[in-house]
Write a new protein. Sequence first.
Length: 180
Amino acid sequence: MKAKISPTVALFFSIIIGLCLLGCTNKLAAPLYTEMGIDPYGSTIKVKYYTSGKKQSTLKGEILAIQNDSLFILTNRGQSVTFYAIEKISKHDIINYFVFYAKLNSNHGYAVSTALALTHGIFLPMSLIVNAIGIASINVSQDQYYALSRKNLAFEQLYNFSRFPQGIPDGIDLQKIKMR
């Protein structure tokens, strides 16, 4: 004998399955760097390099220019936030670099999904754990869409991400350049 399923139960399970499938969607990937719009500032770069004493150092800042096999980076190192320094690093001293060419506009989706988990009543602890795992996995997987490393991007191509792609123009007072 075949068991009959009431229309109400069928509708309930259809809605539950639909909601579960909606939770499986992924965020849209950032556009490729070749599809990015024009920005008057350079991209952010994190460089690992050898200093004059052959010690390793790390520097993070805006790419100003690539000129004569050297990378010019604008950083905010110093005593105050308003003090900017322009660092010049030789191509031969660079160990590795990561160029960050895009970033998320907002994280509202994470807040909404966490707030919705609060409505789960007795299942709240389990929902929050599943939500935290999902958010963490999305954050880890999205990093690949927003950064290029030395193995993906040759040093000679870094000018595409700099503020001054043709090199630092003559007559520019480098001390007056401000960060974003």
